[in-house]
Design a protein around this ligand. Structure first.
Ligand code: SAJ
Length: 468
């Protein structure tokens, strides 16, 4: 940047001053706005009344609920008719603690109206999924469709907020030109901001209020307008920046976590080779005040960590080496677990495995990108008989009884860290299983006094050859 200023200063003295002044205004603007205090609904800009939330999934529905609960008139839109019909019947399809009752109440009171097609509003919040494509790039279809869908409703003064996770420069280089091609000047006619969601599934209803919020405006005015919306329900700090910084910051947060978990998973592989207990190593290393290693596990799933880092790689494929490698390490974990299962019990026809947990992590019902799915499929492919239990997941192959799942099996494989699995009755396991071997990939269970159960985890798995 210094070089840029220097070159600019030498060549075009006026341009240099303009850049400096603009940067000063931006910095001052940030200082002015970052200390926003909680703004009550009545204190808001009166011309903004109605908010249309596009996409009523894990993020859109809780956002619509929070806004409606804080006085906004909310219209929720989803292209999936069954979602709209369910919500109109008061059935809440998102399994998130503390969401159901509040959502039902607001729907009943018509404070949230649900539709398939958007209608004119003052603010449009886009919270649709951005999955990855088969070549690991961001699939922008839903975002593009959402922007196209709101076009007929747009009018001067509208604010569009993108909450969906997107690659850097999406607002500036894709959405803004799209709107400007239709005659709206962003920053004067219409306002555009990226305000990424940062909430943890399982704690969405708390974190949506308490977490600090990044507001990335295409212009400072866009950011200010977006901040005004979030101030009505957010108690955390509002961090104002530009759209591309917000986009990149969001991706960086999830990438940090993915890379950290990859290091822990790689430590497991290395320690297992060296005959050292990786879990003890990580625990001791974390005792250092400046070390915070995450937990190793059967793989990284969900719709965020397993996907978002690719959006950085997509933009800088030859530079994002560490990020790509971390993704490879984490994506390889299901295969590693399958190999360890084979090491543990060998293979012969008729061997039975009970899998506990299908969701991508504990206490959620979400199975998107769940490593458990890959592990279950891989075990079946080898020829093991696999029975699956998950108290939170409704799928055809998921048993409803834990007893039936465990009965007569040769290995109990824990893949999700649900609270229910932390308190499994060792005596019951010992009695029900044909050979009582437990492989706890989440390190959540303790066999206690049940000495006859062979318990393995990612720490002592090096010691596992042919336990049967
Ligand atoms: N996992 C490990 N080891 C760990 C932590 C997690 O293997 O130490 C695994 C989990 O089992 C799971 C995956 O990683 O399979 C992701 O789980 P998570 O709890 O780390 O994250 P998500 O995907 O549920 O939510 C993340 C959060 N991001 C951060 O904490 C930086 C959340 O705040 C984001 O809003 C969310 O992604 C999102 O929507 O982007």
């Amino acid at each position: 940047m210094d070089n840029y200023y220097y070159v600019t200063k030498q060549c075009i003295p006026n341009a240099y001053s303009i850049i400096k002044v603009t940067s000063f205004i931006w910095k001052e603007y940030i200082n002015l706005t970052k200390n926003y205090s909680y703004l009550r609904y009545e204190e808001r800009d009166v011309y903004m009344e109605k908010i249309c939330v596009i996409g009523l999934g894990y993020i859109g529905l809780p956002t619509a609920v929070m806004l409606a609960d804080n006085g906004w008139q909310v219209m929720g839109v989803d292209i999936a008719e069954d979602v709209v019909n369910k919500l109109n019947r008061g059935e809440i399809h998102v399994g998130e603690p503390d969401l159901h009752l509040l959502a039902q109440k607001l729907l009943e009171e018509k404070k949230i109206i649900v539709r398939v097609v958007p209608e004119p509003a003052d603010v449009f919040i886009i919270a649709v999924p951005t999955p990855k494509t088969t070549i690991n790039t961001c699939d922008m279809n839903c975002v593009e469709l959402a922007v196209k869908d709101i076009l007929p409703c747009l009018k001067q003064g509208n604010l569009i907020i993108v909450e969906s996770t997107v690659p850097p420069w999406t607002c500036e280089n894709i959405i803004k030109p799209f709107l400007e091609d239709r005659g709206f000047k962003v920053g004067t006619d219409i306002f555009l901001a990226h305000c990424p969601e940062r909430v943890l599934p399982g704690r969405i209803m708390q974190e949506i209020i308490e977490n600090d919020r990044i507001i990335g405006g295409c212009t400072p005015v866009c950011a200010a307008k977006a901040a005004e919306i979030y101030q009505t329900f957010i108690k955390g700090e509002i961090i104002i920046t530009d759209a591309e910084t917000a986009e990149m910051a969001k991706l960086t947060e999830n990438t940090f976590r993915d890379v950290n978990i990859a290091l822990a998973n790689e430590m497991v592989k290395i320690c297992n080779r060296l005959g050292i207990n990786a879990l003890k190593v990580l625990d001791i290393a974390n005792n250092h005040p400046r070390v915070n290693l995450h937990m190793p596990g059967p793989g990284v799933g969900g719709h965020c960590l397993a996907i978002d880092p690719y959006f950085i790689v997509e933009k800088a494929p030859f530079t994002a080496n560490l990020i790509s490698t971390a993704r490879e390490i984490n994506s390889d974990m299901p295969a590693y677990i399958i190999t360890k299962v084979r090491d543990l019990i060998g293979f012969s026809p008729g061997l039975k495995i009970a899998v506990l947990g299908v969701s991508y992590k504990g206490n959620v019902s979400d199975v998107r990108e769940s490593p458990a799915l890959e592990i279950i499929a891989g075990l079946k492919k080898i020829g093991y008989e696999v029975a699956v239990y998950d108290p939170l997941v409704e799928m055809d192959e998921v048993e409803r009884s834990i007893h039936n799942t465990i009965q007569g099996t040769d290995l109990l494989l824990i893949l999700s860290d649900h609270d229910e699995f932390k308190y499994l009755d060792g005596e019951m396991i010992g009695k029900l299983m044909r050979s009582p071997i437990v492989f706890d990939t989440r390190n959540i269970w303790d066999a206690g006094l049940n000495q006859h159960i062979k318990l393995y985890n990612l720490g002592n798995i090096y010691d596992c050859k042919y336990s049967i």
